[in-house]
Design a protein. Structure first.
Length: 290
């Protein structure tokens, strides 16, 4: 167990209605690193020490969830710490690289085990596993409670953790004052009403099998995602050669992942589809574009 390097704020925090839904949900990602000549013991100690010094800035991650009498949950910031596991795998990094690091059942071996049979107040909210491959390559599996972590906050935590590991100061401090969003206030106030966009997701596809001409007439809701080149998650032995979700099992789920090579600005687009949907996707996405 890795605990914060210094004393942190202790107390309870209310959770939003949305957070209440994901209390028992964990999300996992894996970072892969090229072989290094650094001793594994040195790397392990660097990860442990830097994590301990990062936790005071992200102290909720070292806490626990607690069940209330009314079936709801709250966050108990108690500094109990996060789980860290160091492991060695008798396999080469190329075993995962040959399939573009596509998540498989084997990915479980690179992730820390979450014992969900424990009472919720004993479950850690962050678990980390550092794995050394036989070739000298590394992977860092990170599993976190979805109550505290989403995509943006996870990226911020990993970036700051890596900066601290390299001896750099904190650059972007997290914001934990949930009162700014009215979390914990009494229910019953009249919520502001607004018009939703006419976006029904994939409903037209569920109702009928559209052809290409019908698709062109559909109204589309669009948003712009700005992609920037980041430093990468470098703990001192180079940035990752690949990063991605540990699991990819929701039909229609899509990830856009940047290439980690400095001289390659290409993107890897990963989409998860049920077998029966693959042919339809190929027909509508590829055949109609040619």
């Amino acid at each position: 167990m890795v605990t914060p390097a210094q004393s942190t704020w202790k107390g309870n925090q209310s959770l939003s209605e949305w957070d209440q839904i994901g209390c028992t949900t964990y999300t996992s990602s894996i970072y892969f690193y090229a072989p290094t000549t650094l001793p594994f013991q040195t790397i392990t100690q660097t990860i442990i020490d830097s994590l301990s010094h990062t936790l005071p800035h992200f102290y909720p991650l070292a806490g626990r969830l607690r069940s209330l009498n009314n079936g709801r949950f709250q966050l108990e910031c108690n500094g109990n710490g996060v789980v860290f596991v160091a492991a060695e795998l008798n396999a080469d990094l190329s075993y995962f690289e040959k399939d573009y690091f596509t998540p498989t059942l084997e990915s479980d071996r690179l992730l820390p085990y979450v014992n969900e049979s424990l009472p919720i107040h004993e479950l850690p909210l962050l678990l980390v596993q550092l794995t050394k491959f036989s070739c000298g390559g590394l992977s860092l599996g990170v599993t976190a409670s979805h109550v505290l972590i989403d995509g943006l906050s996870a990226a911020n935590f990993m970036t700051e953790w890596a900066r601290i590991a390299r001896g750099l100061p904190l650059q972007k401090a997290p914001f934990f004052d949930k009162k700014a969003f009215g979390v914990g206030d009494c229910c019953g106030s009249n919520p502001q009403r607004f018009d939703h966009s006419n976006d029904f997701g994939n409903m037209p596809f569920l109702l009928k099998q559209p052809n290409a001409e019908e698709l062109k007439k559909m109204k589309t809701t669009m948003f712009t995602l700005k992609l920037t080149k980041e430093q990468g998650i470098d703990f001192g032995w180079g940035k990752e050669i690949h990063f991605g979700p540990a699991y990819h099992e929701i039909d229609g789920d899509l990830w856009i992942i940047r290439n980690s090579c400095d001289d390659d600005e290409s993107l890897l687009i990963v989409i998860c589809l049920l077998v029966e949907h693959v042919e339809a996707f190929k027909m509508y996405f590829f055949d109609d574009m040619i």
